[in-house]
Design a protein around this ligand. Structure first.
Ligand code: PHE
Ligand code: NA
Length: 499
């Protein structure tokens, strides 16, 4: 018996939830560094090119698919053709794995939120993070167990459980309506502080000063595609699941554009704030800017704590605001990740929400515990590199092939045009069928050669991150192939309802 599918209460609720998923750590610590590393202001050209020709078209595709089929990724793909269900599982299993370690990073941020009150990370912030905090040792060494990380994980999974258990309207929508305005306010405060510090102008120059010669470098274009993909949460089945809860008459195209532009605006402002602070740090320490700049985990947990130590006033408050923004943007992303996977379980096994959420959150929480040991950090890095860097792009590529070439893309187009004020034209077909396929295809081949090359030629020291071969093979390639195998098996498991 099919239960009536839940629905968002308001359009704003859906858009805020989609924006909440899109805005995440990637906006705060990935985008600014990408721009810096890829020609500063000139990076905006490939970035907007990729956004308009691949990111937004795929966002419309995913939202349109979920809205038309009214199902999670596996169910929606199955409705295209039975065998394509595998593609849906592929996406959502990746999603589940990402959730397991993404929640660990949020747990770190929660801990740092408390450390920020009195800068208890000390002056050697790098040594503190890797040693005192993570207790990281050799790659395969178990190291210590981090009780603080465990507490943070209980908070992350507990909050998600509490919100998702209540469902779409009373849970995700309500939480997004609280989280998103707070996040916007935090961003404005951080940015204002960042750009008004002495020396910040130096940082902003590094962030924005265009070096147009990079436009000839294919790496820059690949990074732009990768960033756009990651930043819009594409390839996770998230937007498919979220759109499946939209009422029948909903302007899909408009919603997609709003989500994409809000996300990019956030990235840009975050870039100003982050680089302003780094510029200040370089000046305060009297070192060249190149020495203070970093991206990723190092930016948030090593460079920023150091910069906070150096602030002229309100260190604690600024630190709390910064880590709170990481926590909130992270939570609204995990909500969407867990919902994407759980809704697939609900669809497949005709399982009620409460049961599915309880199951997924319990298993996910237990999985996260691996990362509360000293063993966690290297594993997290390798899996993240493989899964995020191109697991997703592969899924996106396959999505475009299945819908653009193997099926009839006009079915999605006609559907979204029926419900949207702003109609998509043939440019959209072209973007999905050719531009995105070529862009992602090129990126994949290029990365594959770089990734597999050293394994084939035996140049093991060229492997990602200098990690041991055993780690790259088991956690990288092993996990990547394992996911496909499990996805294939899932498609052969019987459905518990008539679809
Ligand atoms: N869109 C997120 C970001 O930019 C990344 C992400 C994708 C997080 C999917 C969760 C789920 O940070
Ligand atoms: Na984002």
């Amino acid at each position: 018996m099919e239960e009536k599918r839940s629905q968002w209460g308001t359009r704003v609720g859906f858009v805020l939830a989609a924006i909440g998923s899109a805005i995440g750590l990637g906006n705060i610590w990935r985008f600014p560094y990408m721009a810096y590393d890829n020609g500063g202001g000139a990076f905006l050209i490939p970035y907007f090119f990729a956004l308009l020709t691949a990111g937004i078209p795929l966002l419309i595709l995913e939202m349109g698919l979920g809205h038309k089929m009214r199902g999670s990724a596996p169910l929606s793909f199955r409705k295209i053709k039975e065998k394509y269900e595998t593609v849906g599982w592929w996406a959502v299993i990746i999603t589940f794995i990402v959730t397991v370690y993404y929640s660990v990073i949020i747990s770190w941020a929660i801990n740092y939120l408390f450390y920020a009150f009195n800068q208890s990370w000390g002056t050697e912030t790098g040594a503190f993070f890797m040693g005192d905090f993570l207790k990281a040792t050799g790659f395969w060494d178990f190291g210590g167990f981090e009780f603080n990380v465990l507490l943070g994980l209980i908070a992350v999974w507990g909050l998600n459980y509490f919100i998702l258990y209540k469902g779409i309207k009373k849970g995700i929508e309500k939480a997004s309506k609280v989280f998103m305005p707070i996040l916007a306010l935090l961003l404005v405060l951080i940015t204002l502080r960042g750009i008004t510090l002495p020396g910040s102008i130096q940082g902003l120059n590094h962030f924005l000063q265009p070096d147009f010669s990079v436009l000839l470098n294919p790496d820059v274009w690949i990074d732009a595609y990768g960033q756009v993909f990651f930043t819009l949460s594409l390839g996770f089945g998230i937007m498919i699941a979220y759109a499946s809860y939209l009422p029948k008459k909903s302007d899909v195209v408009n919603n997609a554009f709003m989500t994409a532009f809000a996300n990019s605006g956030f990235s840009f402002l975050a870039g100003l704030g982050v680089f302003g602070v780094l510029g200040y740090m370089a000046q305060a320490q009297g070192v060249p800017f190149e020495e203070v700049v970093s991206g990723g985990i190092g930016l948030a947990f090593v460079a920023f704590p150091k910069a906070i130590n150096l602030l002229p006033a309100f260190k604690g408050i600024f630190g709390v605001l910064f880590f709170l923004s990481l926590v909130i943007s992270g939570l609204s992303s995990t909500m969407s990740l867990i919902e994407s996977f759980s809704s697939s379980i609900m669809d497949k096994f005709a399982m009620g929400r409460k049961k599915a959420i309880t199951l997924v959150c319990s298993v996910g929480f237990l999985g996260s515990l691996i990362f509360a040991t000293g063993l966690g950090i290297g594993i997290l890095d390798v899996i993240d590199h493989f899964v995020m860097a191109y697991g997703l792009a592969v899924v996106g590529f396959v999505e475009c092939i299945v819908i653009g070439h193997l099926w009839n893309i006009n079915r999605i187009k006609n559907h979204v045009n029926l419900v949207s004020d702003f109609k998509v034209g043939n440019w959209w077909n072209f973007a999905i069928k050719y531009v995105t396929v070529l862009g992602l295809g090129y990126m994949l081949v290029y990365k594959l050669i770089r990734e597999a090359g050293p394994l084939v030629t035996g140049n093991f020291d060229k492997l990602y991150g200098g990690y041991p071969v055993s780690a790259i093979v088991s956690l990288g390639w092993g996990v990547a192939l394992g996911i496909i195998a499990v996805a294939y098996m899932m498609r052969h498991v019987n459905w518990n309802q008539n679809v």
